[in-house]
Design a protein. Sequence first.
Length: 365
Amino acid sequence: MKITKVDTIALSIPFDLGTDKPDWGDKFAQNLDTLLIRVETDNGLVGWGDAFAYGSLRAVQAAVEDMIAPKVIGADARDIIGINHLLQQENHLWGRYGITLFAISGLDIALWDLAGKAANMPLVQLLGGATTKPLPAYASLFRYGDAATVKRVTAEVAAAGYEHVKLHEVTVEAVEAARRGGGDKMAIMVDTNCPWTPVAATEMVSAMAAYDPYWIEEPIFPPEDFDALARLRMETGVRLAAGENACTSFQFQAMFDAGAVDFAQPSVTKVGGITEFQKITALAETAGVQIMAHSPYFGPGFLATLQLAAALPKPGLIERFHANLAANLMGPWVDPKDGYFHIPDGPGLGADPDPDVIARFRVTP
């Protein structure tokens, strides 16, 4: 089964929050961007993946087209681990993190989709899991920068059946508002997106602790300062989460060695794909750290996240951006029912992208 063609398809899909646009500058502007990777083989099978590309669509597309695709044409699509290793090694000059790994991730996901299709089974079964157990969802809110909005939206997601909600706020007032909006039983996570020095983080995390956060996520810049995270965890007693900015199993090993986190958050579209994600889950289990997959996207990578989580003995919670997109690329699987996601049982990732949605929202970065 030889790879004959690798295509990139850039999409930009409008979304609605039911409120003002998020307080994240131009990062998400008006649309959510997706870079699909489509891989054809000589036996007629097609695999789909996507590479993380929020705010970097053109750069990631160029990385796939110039650094990744030319190296794999003619390769055996079944040699997934070998291809992943080759791409990491031959592209190490440009860095083993960030956009280089995003591009590799997209191809790797597509190759595993092909493997499942060739075996005529969903990826979870290929990995030794089952499709029968639903996975608990949590609503991942955008950053609103307004306590009243945080309170209102938290109340809305609680009414919608979510038992867990994640904020992207950096003030104590916003966390207090979420607690008032969600009630005492709502589990509240706070992703701060790396804003503080270790000293400032100690002050802020200690103050947020009064509202019983389930975890606080990436409170320190730079995110790879695992020793500082470990000190913060010990000094405050608050559970910490990190990993959305980490790539490869090596960074996660360093994170675990430092004792930096209670929850590890690998993103399959960032870390190096399904191949690297599996290495990370093995390390996390050995270290006694719970996986909480990072998945604020709506393409094939989201379905890969569901399949990977379902194959774990303790799958954790599944993140779902709390946004209404103008079109649903992957069908009903990205929408929870009664607070749970169900695993698509088609071969490979379980479903292919909707060609009509691709036609409507394809762009040239």
